[in-house]
Ligand binder design. Structure first.
Ligand code: NAP
Ligand code: ZN
Length: 351
């Protein structure tokens, strides 16, 4: 075991503050990574504020961070895929049982024994896992991703969660070429959804509550922007979408978006608000519509997404911050004021 510098929150009301945490010495299958950048996901905020207490209660102290990019510093004796110096990523998972049907199907996120990157039982050290707001991490090589060398690393970090979470459901839906695709909420996930939908050849429409994001939405790849608080704009597009990805982090009227779908249209939820939705049966019955959810993505498809981003030069639009400003970043996330992901420069932790 060794100590690593990190930022943790001591309780549900405490801000994130400097601390040290234990990390294990690499086992034969482990990769030790010096963390260079870590994205700030709204899930970090939900977790720190224990907003998901009914599903996944938070254990304190909590070190969030599951959008990790770094450089390999050491590898265990049995590691074959990585060597010191390699640029790598780690997302929302650090382990699974490797044998269950979900692991066999390359959807490790649904393994009954999956270990999430933070706030999950730590099989090695006891207690809970600690995430990427830290100077280093040790991870089973099966959960380490290769990062294309041509991409800006601060903008790569968010691909490890915001990227794969929007990529996976759109890929699963099928060929989006020429389809009318809505992305609801222009935050960290939403802006990646826009970039991918555009890259997949869709006609992309952003639903936003923030009229001041319109120009950005168009620059990011949207063909059109609907201000969702404007009833006329909503009415004009009713019944016209093939697929809608809902990334909203807070309570909202989901029936309004089901009403935007055409025949056999699908709305996929990736946003994870604290409170349950009230879904109108009729909003689904008329038009034979479907409502589904999606959780991050498996390791294989995460690598496919990263490779695609390397080929198409896609990264997140980031505001790079020192870790000392992370609490301020959280306050801005709550106000939907992020352009479009905070990425923590972990060099700031060394100072
Ligand atoms: P984010 O950057 O804060 O973006 C959320 C966006 O939702 C905001 O920018 C805002 O967009 C919109 N929004 C916020 N409050 C709203 C409200 N009250 N009514 C309507 N729209 C509102 O968050 P994120 O990091 O993208 O995460 C989004 C959600 O996805 C979170 O709940 C997060 O936990 C969840 N998540 C799920 C997965 C998964 O695997 N399913 C993975 C990662 C994250 P506008 O300003 O454009 O309206
Ligand atoms: Zn996330």
């Amino acid at each position: 075991m060794y100590n690593a510098k990190a930022y943790s929150a001591a309780s549900v009301t405490a801000p994130l503050a400097s601390t040290t945490i234990p990390r294990r010495e690499p086992t034969p299958r482990d990769v030790q990574i010096e963390i260079l950048f870590c994205g700030v996901c709204h899930s970090d905020l939900h977790t720190l504020r224990d907003e998901w207490s009914s599903i996944m209660p938070t254990t304190y102290p909590c070190v969030p961070g599951h959008e990790i990019v770094g450089r390999v510093t050491r590898v265990g004796s049995a590691v074959t895929g990585f060597k010191p110096g390699d640029l790598v990523g780690v997302g929302c998972m650090v382990d699974a049982d490797h044998t269950c049907p979900s692991c066999q199907a390359n959807v490790e996120q649904f393994c009954p024994d999956v270990t999430f990157t933070y706030n999950a039982p730590d099989k090695h050290l006891g207690g809970v896992t600690y995430g990427g707001y830290s100077e280093s991490i040790v991870v089973d090589e099966k959960f380490v991703l290769r990062v294309p060398a041509n991409l800006d690393l601060a903008g790569v970090a968010p691909l490890l969660c915001a990227g794969i979470t929007t990529w996976s459901p759109m890929r699963r839906w099928g060929d989006l070429t020429g389809k009318k695709v809505g992305v609801v909420g222009l935050g960290g996930l939403g802006h990646m959804g826009v970039k991918f939908a555009r890259a997949f050849g869709a006609r992309v429409v952003v639903f936003t509550t923030s009229p001041n994001k319109k120009d950005d939405a168009l620059r990011l790849g949207a063909h059109e922007v609907i201000v969702s608080t404007d009833a006329d704009q909503m009415h004009q597009h009713a019944g016209s979408f093939d697929f809608i990805l809902d990334t909203i982090s807070a309570e909202h009227d989901i029936n309004a978006y089901l009403g935007m779908l055409g025949l056999d249209g699908n709305l996929t939820l990736v946003g994870a608000p604290e409170k349950p939705y009230a879904v109108s049966a009729f909003a689904l019955l008329f038009g034979r519509k479907s409502l589904s959810g999606s959780l991050i993505g498996g390791i294989r498809e995460t690598q496919e997404m990263l490779d695609f981003c390397g080929e198409h030069n896609i990264t997140a639009d980031v505001e790079v911050i020192p870790i000392q400003r992370v609490n301020e970043a959280y306050d801005r996330l709550v106000r939907s004021d992020v352009k479009y992901r905070f990425s923590i420069d972990m060099a700031s932790l060394k100072g």
